[in-house]
Design a protein around this ligand. Structure first.
Ligand SMILES: Nc1ncnc2c1ncn2[C@@H]1O[C@H](COP(=O)(O)OP(=O)(O)O)[C@@H](O)[C@H]1O
Ligand SMILES: [Mg+2]
Length: 383
Protein backbone atom coordinates (compact mmCIF):
# COMPACT_ATOMS: atom_id res chain seq x y z
CA UNK A 1 0.00 0.00 0.00
CA UNK A 2 1.28 3.45 -0.82
CA UNK A 3 1.53 6.12 1.85
CA UNK A 4 -1.31 8.64 1.97
CA UNK A 5 -0.44 11.63 -0.19
CA UNK A 6 -0.53 15.05 1.50
CA UNK A 7 -0.76 18.46 -0.14
CA UNK A 8 2.36 20.60 -0.35
CA UNK A 9 2.30 23.45 2.18
CA UNK A 10 1.15 26.83 0.91
CA UNK A 11 4.19 28.40 2.58
CA UNK A 12 6.81 27.56 5.17
CA UNK A 13 7.43 29.92 8.08
CA UNK A 14 10.31 29.58 10.54
CA UNK A 15 9.83 30.96 14.02
CA UNK A 16 12.77 31.71 16.31
CA UNK A 17 11.40 30.39 19.59
CA UNK A 18 8.70 27.78 20.13
CA UNK A 19 6.82 29.21 23.12
CA UNK A 20 3.14 29.96 23.45
CA UNK A 21 3.20 32.68 20.78
CA UNK A 22 4.62 30.25 18.23
CA UNK A 23 2.13 27.63 19.41
CA UNK A 24 -0.81 29.94 18.71
CA UNK A 25 0.77 31.04 15.41
CA UNK A 26 1.03 27.36 14.46
CA UNK A 27 -2.67 26.89 15.23
CA UNK A 28 -3.51 29.85 12.96
CA UNK A 29 -1.17 28.50 10.27
CA UNK A 30 -2.81 25.08 10.05
CA UNK A 31 -5.99 26.23 8.34
CA UNK A 32 -4.02 28.29 5.83
CA UNK A 33 -1.87 25.31 4.87
CA UNK A 34 1.25 27.03 6.21
CA UNK A 35 3.94 24.76 7.63
CA UNK A 36 5.55 26.15 10.79
CA UNK A 37 9.07 25.25 11.92
CA UNK A 38 10.26 26.44 15.32
CA UNK A 39 13.79 26.80 16.68
CA UNK A 40 13.75 25.76 20.32
CA UNK A 41 14.45 22.91 22.71
CA UNK A 42 12.52 19.64 22.30
CA UNK A 43 9.17 19.77 24.07
CA UNK A 44 8.69 23.52 23.50
CA UNK A 45 4.95 24.43 23.54
CA UNK A 46 4.68 24.92 19.75
CA UNK A 47 6.47 21.64 19.00
CA UNK A 48 4.23 19.84 21.51
CA UNK A 49 1.26 21.12 19.48
CA UNK A 50 2.63 19.76 16.20
CA UNK A 51 4.89 22.49 14.78
CA UNK A 52 8.07 21.04 13.25
CA UNK A 53 11.02 21.35 15.59
CA UNK A 54 14.53 22.49 14.78
CA UNK A 55 16.29 21.66 18.04
CA UNK A 56 18.68 24.47 18.83
CA UNK A 57 19.37 27.87 20.31
CA UNK A 58 18.38 31.35 19.11
CA UNK A 59 21.85 32.59 20.07
CA UNK A 60 23.71 30.28 17.65
CA UNK A 61 24.13 31.14 13.97
CA UNK A 62 24.42 27.47 12.94
CA UNK A 63 21.03 26.73 14.46
CA UNK A 64 19.44 29.78 12.85
CA UNK A 65 20.88 28.70 9.49
CA UNK A 66 19.35 25.22 9.91
CA UNK A 67 15.97 26.80 10.60
CA UNK A 68 16.31 29.16 7.62
CA UNK A 69 17.25 26.32 5.26
CA UNK A 70 13.81 24.78 5.75
CA UNK A 71 11.55 27.81 5.32
CA UNK A 72 10.58 30.75 3.08
CA UNK A 73 10.74 33.38 5.82
CA UNK A 74 12.10 33.61 9.36
CA UNK A 75 10.22 35.45 12.10
CA UNK A 76 10.04 35.51 15.90
CA UNK A 77 8.29 34.35 19.05
CA UNK A 78 10.59 36.37 21.38
CA UNK A 79 13.22 39.11 21.44
CA UNK A 80 16.27 37.05 22.39
CA UNK A 81 17.79 36.15 19.00
CA UNK A 82 21.41 37.26 18.74
CA UNK A 83 21.52 40.50 16.65
CA UNK A 84 24.85 39.65 14.98
CA UNK A 85 23.59 36.20 14.03
CA UNK A 86 20.44 37.74 12.53
CA UNK A 87 22.56 40.13 10.45
CA UNK A 88 24.63 37.17 9.26
CA UNK A 89 21.42 35.41 8.19
CA UNK A 90 20.34 38.44 6.17
CA UNK A 91 23.80 38.56 4.56
CA UNK A 92 23.18 34.97 3.41
CA UNK A 93 20.01 36.08 1.64
CA UNK A 94 17.51 34.84 4.22
CA UNK A 95 14.22 36.75 4.50
CA UNK A 96 14.20 37.76 8.18
CA UNK A 97 11.02 39.67 9.02
CA UNK A 98 11.14 41.99 10.82
CA UNK A 99 14.80 42.55 9.94
CA UNK A 100 17.56 42.87 12.54
CA UNK A 101 17.74 46.68 12.49
CA UNK A 102 14.05 47.00 13.32
CA UNK A 103 14.12 44.05 15.70
CA UNK A 104 16.74 45.90 17.76
CA UNK A 105 14.01 48.38 18.77
CA UNK A 106 12.49 45.59 20.85
CA UNK A 107 15.81 44.16 22.05
CA UNK A 108 17.58 47.26 23.32
CA UNK A 109 15.50 49.66 25.43
CA UNK A 110 18.08 52.47 25.32
CA UNK A 111 18.32 52.24 21.52
CA UNK A 112 14.50 52.26 21.30
CA UNK A 113 14.24 55.36 23.50
CA UNK A 114 16.85 57.15 21.37
CA UNK A 115 15.23 56.25 18.04
CA UNK A 116 11.64 56.91 19.14
CA UNK A 117 12.24 59.96 21.31
CA UNK A 118 15.25 61.64 19.76
CA UNK A 119 15.13 60.64 16.06
CA UNK A 120 11.40 60.22 15.44
CA UNK A 121 10.22 62.86 17.93
CA UNK A 122 7.65 60.57 19.54
CA UNK A 123 6.55 61.24 23.13
CA UNK A 124 8.60 59.10 25.56
CA UNK A 125 9.36 59.41 29.30
CA UNK A 126 12.49 61.43 30.15
CA UNK A 127 15.39 58.97 30.00
CA UNK A 128 19.17 58.64 30.27
CA UNK A 129 21.85 55.99 30.18
CA UNK A 130 23.27 55.51 33.68
CA UNK A 131 26.47 53.72 34.68
CA UNK A 132 26.44 54.27 38.44
CA UNK A 133 24.40 55.64 41.36
CA UNK A 134 25.93 59.10 40.78
CA UNK A 135 24.42 59.18 37.30
CA UNK A 136 21.04 58.15 38.75
CA UNK A 137 21.25 60.93 41.39
CA UNK A 138 22.08 63.46 38.65
CA UNK A 139 19.08 62.22 36.63
CA UNK A 140 16.87 62.47 39.74
CA UNK A 141 18.06 66.03 40.35
CA UNK A 142 16.49 66.95 37.01
CA UNK A 143 13.46 64.63 36.99
CA UNK A 144 12.81 63.76 40.65
CA UNK A 145 12.76 60.56 42.70
CA UNK A 146 11.77 57.80 42.38
CA UNK A 147 13.61 56.82 39.24
CA UNK A 148 12.64 53.77 37.17
CA UNK A 149 15.71 51.70 36.28
CA UNK A 150 15.62 49.13 33.50
CA UNK A 151 17.99 46.53 32.11
CA UNK A 152 18.84 47.68 28.60
CA UNK A 153 18.55 44.17 27.14
CA UNK A 154 17.00 40.86 28.15
CA UNK A 155 14.21 42.08 30.49
CA UNK A 156 10.62 40.90 30.09
CA UNK A 157 7.55 40.46 32.28
CA UNK A 158 8.88 43.11 34.68
CA UNK A 159 12.06 41.13 35.42
CA UNK A 160 14.34 43.91 34.21
CA UNK A 161 12.54 46.81 35.93
CA UNK A 162 13.29 48.34 39.38
CA UNK A 163 12.05 51.48 41.08
CA UNK A 164 14.65 53.33 43.13
CA UNK A 165 13.67 56.05 45.62
CA UNK A 166 17.18 56.82 46.92
CA UNK A 167 20.79 56.66 45.68
CA UNK A 168 21.25 53.62 47.93
CA UNK A 169 18.33 51.82 46.28
CA UNK A 170 19.70 52.83 42.90
CA UNK A 171 23.00 51.16 43.78
CA UNK A 172 21.20 47.91 44.65
CA UNK A 173 19.03 48.08 41.53
CA UNK A 174 22.05 48.60 39.25
CA UNK A 175 23.82 45.65 40.88
CA UNK A 176 20.80 43.49 40.04
CA UNK A 177 20.15 44.86 36.54
CA UNK A 178 23.72 45.24 35.27
CA UNK A 179 25.45 48.36 33.99
CA UNK A 180 24.89 50.45 32.05
CA UNK A 181 21.15 50.65 32.59
CA UNK A 182 18.32 52.87 31.40
CA UNK A 183 16.95 55.47 33.84
CA UNK A 184 13.46 56.84 33.29
CA UNK A 185 11.31 59.42 35.00
CA UNK A 186 8.61 57.70 37.05
CA UNK A 187 5.39 58.42 35.15
CA UNK A 188 2.06 58.93 36.94
CA UNK A 189 0.15 56.44 34.79
CA UNK A 190 -3.63 56.73 34.44
CA UNK A 191 -4.06 53.82 32.03
CA UNK A 192 -1.78 51.53 30.04
CA UNK A 193 -2.63 50.85 26.42
CA UNK A 194 -1.30 48.72 23.64
CA UNK A 195 -1.77 49.30 19.95
CA UNK A 196 -1.12 46.45 17.55
CA UNK A 197 -0.20 47.23 13.97
CA UNK A 198 0.56 44.85 11.12
CA UNK A 199 2.43 45.86 7.99
CA UNK A 200 2.83 43.40 5.13
CA UNK A 201 6.23 42.67 3.58
CA UNK A 202 6.48 43.81 -0.01
CA UNK A 203 3.13 45.56 -0.30
CA UNK A 204 3.41 47.80 2.76
CA UNK A 205 -0.30 47.28 3.47
CA UNK A 206 -0.80 48.47 7.06
CA UNK A 207 -3.61 47.87 9.55
CA UNK A 208 -4.08 48.79 13.20
CA UNK A 209 -6.31 46.97 15.67
CA UNK A 210 -8.71 48.69 18.03
CA UNK A 211 -6.67 49.94 21.01
CA UNK A 212 -6.28 47.48 23.89
CA UNK A 213 -6.29 48.48 27.56
CA UNK A 214 -3.76 46.49 29.60
CA UNK A 215 -4.08 45.92 33.34
CA UNK A 216 -0.81 44.99 35.02
CA UNK A 217 -0.15 42.93 38.09
CA UNK A 218 3.42 42.99 39.52
CA UNK A 219 4.62 44.81 36.38
CA UNK A 220 3.16 42.14 34.08
CA UNK A 221 0.21 42.52 31.74
CA UNK A 222 -2.39 40.32 33.43
CA UNK A 223 -5.74 41.34 31.93
CA UNK A 224 -6.75 43.25 28.81
CA UNK A 225 -9.89 44.93 27.54
CA UNK A 226 -10.73 45.70 23.90
CA UNK A 227 -11.58 48.39 23.05
CA UNK A 228 -9.73 50.35 25.74
CA UNK A 229 -11.90 52.42 28.09
CA UNK A 230 -10.40 55.78 27.12
CA UNK A 231 -11.70 58.89 25.38
CA UNK A 232 -12.13 58.40 21.62
CA UNK A 233 -9.50 61.04 20.83
CA UNK A 234 -6.93 59.25 23.02
CA UNK A 235 -7.64 55.96 21.22
CA UNK A 236 -7.44 57.70 17.84
CA UNK A 237 -4.08 59.25 18.80
CA UNK A 238 -2.76 55.86 19.92
CA UNK A 239 -3.73 54.22 16.63
CA UNK A 240 -2.29 57.09 14.60
CA UNK A 241 0.94 56.83 16.58
CA UNK A 242 1.15 53.07 15.97
CA UNK A 243 0.51 53.45 12.25
CA UNK A 244 3.05 56.27 11.95
CA UNK A 245 5.63 54.20 13.76
CA UNK A 246 5.04 51.15 11.55
CA UNK A 247 5.56 53.33 8.47
CA UNK A 248 8.59 55.14 9.90
CA UNK A 249 10.45 51.92 10.68
CA UNK A 250 9.19 50.19 7.51
CA UNK A 251 7.85 47.36 9.60
CA UNK A 252 7.53 43.88 8.11
CA UNK A 253 5.32 41.87 10.44
CA UNK A 254 3.54 42.74 13.65
CA UNK A 255 4.23 45.53 16.12
CA UNK A 256 2.80 46.05 19.61
CA UNK A 257 3.35 49.54 21.02
CA UNK A 258 2.93 49.75 24.80
CA UNK A 259 1.70 53.21 25.78
CA UNK A 260 1.12 55.13 29.01
CA UNK A 261 -1.78 57.54 29.30
CA UNK A 262 -0.64 60.23 31.73
CA UNK A 263 -2.40 63.52 32.34
CA UNK A 264 -4.45 62.97 29.18
CA UNK A 265 -1.35 62.60 26.97
CA UNK A 266 0.36 59.53 25.53
CA UNK A 267 3.91 58.31 26.12
CA UNK A 268 5.48 55.34 24.32
CA UNK A 269 6.74 52.73 26.79
CA UNK A 270 8.19 49.85 24.81
CA UNK A 271 7.79 47.95 21.58
CA UNK A 272 7.39 44.27 20.80
CA UNK A 273 8.00 43.13 17.22
CA UNK A 274 5.98 39.91 17.32
CA UNK A 275 2.60 38.78 18.62
CA UNK A 276 2.12 40.13 22.15
CA UNK A 277 0.22 39.20 25.32
CA UNK A 278 -1.89 42.33 24.83
CA UNK A 279 -3.02 40.93 21.46
CA UNK A 280 -4.34 37.59 22.74
CA UNK A 281 -7.75 39.24 23.04
CA UNK A 282 -7.84 39.46 19.23
CA UNK A 283 -8.00 35.64 19.02
CA UNK A 284 -11.70 35.61 19.74
CA UNK A 285 -12.46 39.34 19.81
CA UNK A 286 -11.50 40.50 16.30
CA UNK A 287 -12.17 39.32 12.76
CA UNK A 288 -8.50 38.33 12.27
CA UNK A 289 -6.33 37.23 15.20
CA UNK A 290 -2.89 38.75 15.75
CA UNK A 291 -1.40 35.30 15.07
CA UNK A 292 -2.95 34.91 11.63
CA UNK A 293 -2.19 38.56 10.88
CA UNK A 294 1.47 38.10 11.80
CA UNK A 295 1.79 35.18 9.36
CA UNK A 296 0.02 37.10 6.60
CA UNK A 297 2.24 40.14 7.18
CA UNK A 298 5.59 38.31 7.12
CA UNK A 299 4.53 36.37 4.02
CA UNK A 300 3.44 39.54 2.21
CA UNK A 301 -0.11 38.23 1.90
CA UNK A 302 -3.21 40.45 2.09
CA UNK A 303 -3.97 41.47 5.67
CA UNK A 304 -7.23 40.61 7.40
CA UNK A 305 -9.86 42.92 8.88
CA UNK A 306 -8.95 44.05 12.39
CA UNK A 307 -12.33 45.23 13.65
CA UNK A 308 -13.87 43.92 16.87
CA UNK A 309 -16.71 41.43 16.55
CA UNK A 310 -18.46 42.40 19.82
CA UNK A 311 -18.96 45.62 21.80
CA UNK A 312 -16.25 44.42 24.23
CA UNK A 313 -13.76 41.60 24.66
CA UNK A 314 -11.47 40.74 27.57
CA UNK A 315 -8.51 38.49 28.25
CA UNK A 316 -7.29 37.15 31.59
CA UNK A 317 -4.03 35.23 32.03
CA UNK A 318 -4.07 31.82 33.70
CA UNK A 319 -1.17 31.48 36.14
CA UNK A 320 0.11 28.34 37.82
CA UNK A 321 -1.63 27.91 41.22
CA UNK A 322 0.41 28.02 44.44
CA UNK A 323 -0.32 24.32 45.11
CA UNK A 324 1.40 23.35 41.85
CA UNK A 325 -1.78 21.86 40.39
CA UNK A 326 -2.41 21.86 36.64
CA UNK A 327 -5.18 24.17 35.33
CA UNK A 328 -5.59 21.65 32.50
CA UNK A 329 -7.37 19.33 34.93
CA UNK A 330 -10.15 21.93 35.33
CA UNK A 331 -10.90 22.79 31.68
CA UNK A 332 -14.32 21.14 31.66
CA UNK A 333 -15.42 23.14 34.73
CA UNK A 334 -14.12 26.39 33.23
CA UNK A 335 -16.08 25.80 30.04
CA UNK A 336 -19.28 25.90 32.07
CA UNK A 337 -18.78 29.67 31.95
CA UNK A 338 -20.74 30.51 28.81
CA UNK A 339 -18.75 32.37 26.19
CA UNK A 340 -15.33 31.69 27.72
CA UNK A 341 -12.61 30.61 25.28
CA UNK A 342 -9.79 28.68 26.96
CA UNK A 343 -6.27 28.71 25.49
CA UNK A 344 -3.68 26.57 27.27
CA UNK A 345 0.01 26.69 26.36
CA UNK A 346 0.99 23.10 27.14
CA UNK A 347 3.59 24.23 29.70
CA UNK A 348 4.42 22.29 32.86
CA UNK A 349 2.65 23.90 35.85
CA UNK A 350 4.73 25.96 38.26
CA UNK A 351 3.33 28.47 40.78
CA UNK A 352 2.97 31.87 39.11
CA UNK A 353 3.98 30.65 35.63
CA UNK A 354 1.88 31.90 32.70
CA UNK A 355 0.17 28.69 31.56
CA UNK A 356 -2.65 30.00 29.39
CA UNK A 357 -5.33 32.61 29.06
CA UNK A 358 -9.06 32.97 28.70
CA UNK A 359 -10.94 35.37 26.45
CA UNK A 360 -14.61 36.32 26.52
CA UNK A 361 -16.88 38.71 24.67
CA UNK A 362 -19.53 40.91 26.26
CA UNK A 363 -21.99 43.74 25.78
CA UNK A 364 -19.56 45.87 27.78
CA UNK A 365 -16.07 45.61 29.30
CA UNK A 366 -17.33 44.61 32.74
CA UNK A 367 -19.39 41.72 31.37
CA UNK A 368 -16.48 40.45 29.25
CA UNK A 369 -14.01 40.75 32.13
CA UNK A 370 -16.44 39.05 34.51
CA UNK A 371 -16.79 36.00 32.26
CA UNK A 372 -13.07 35.76 31.46
CA UNK A 373 -12.15 36.07 35.13
CA UNK A 374 -14.70 33.45 36.17
CA UNK A 375 -13.21 30.90 33.78
CA UNK A 376 -9.58 31.85 34.53
CA UNK A 377 -10.15 31.62 38.28
CA UNK A 378 -11.84 28.24 37.84
CA UNK A 379 -8.79 27.01 35.91
CA UNK A 380 -6.57 28.27 38.73
CA UNK A 381 -8.69 26.36 41.27
CA UNK A 382 -9.72 29.59 43.02
CA UNK A 383 -13.47 29.03 42.93
N1 LIG B 1 8.77 55.11 33.47
C1 LIG B 1 7.83 54.41 34.13
N2 LIG B 1 7.04 55.01 35.04
C2 LIG B 1 6.09 54.30 35.72
N3 LIG B 1 5.87 52.98 35.56
C3 LIG B 1 6.61 52.32 34.64
C4 LIG B 1 7.64 53.00 33.89
N4 LIG B 1 8.22 52.11 33.06
C5 LIG B 1 7.60 50.92 33.29
N5 LIG B 1 6.63 51.04 34.24
C6 LIG B 1 5.74 49.95 34.72
O1 LIG B 1 6.45 48.71 34.65
C7 LIG B 1 5.84 47.83 33.68
C8 LIG B 1 6.94 47.02 32.96
O2 LIG B 1 7.84 47.91 32.30
P1 LIG B 1 8.35 47.60 30.83
O3 LIG B 1 9.35 48.64 30.46
O4 LIG B 1 7.17 47.45 29.94
O5 LIG B 1 9.12 46.23 31.03
P2 LIG B 1 8.88 44.76 30.50
O6 LIG B 1 9.83 44.62 29.36
O7 LIG B 1 9.23 43.88 31.65
O8 LIG B 1 7.43 44.65 30.08
C9 LIG B 1 5.04 48.75 32.77
O9 LIG B 1 3.99 48.05 32.13
C10 LIG B 1 4.56 49.79 33.77
O10 LIG B 1 3.45 49.31 34.51
MG1 LIG C 1 6.29 45.93 28.91
Amino acid sequence: MSATATAAPTARVGIVGGGQLARMSHAAATGLGIEVHVLDAPGAPAAAAGARLVAGDAGRLDDLVRLASRVDVVTFDHEHADPAALRALVDRGVAVRPGPAIKRLAQDKLHARSVLGTELGMPVPAFARVDDAGDVAAFAAAHGWPVVLKAITGGYDGRGVRIAATPHEAEGALAALGRPALAEAHVAIDTELSVLVARAAGTGETRAYPVVETLQRDGICHETVLPARVEPDVAACARALGLALAEAIELEGLLAVELFVSGGGLLVNELALRPHNSGHVTLDGCVTSQFEQHLRAVLGWPLGATRAIAPAAAMVNVLGPADGSDPGTRVAQALAVQGAHVHLYGKAPRPGRKLGHVTALGHDADAALHAARAAAHTLEGRR
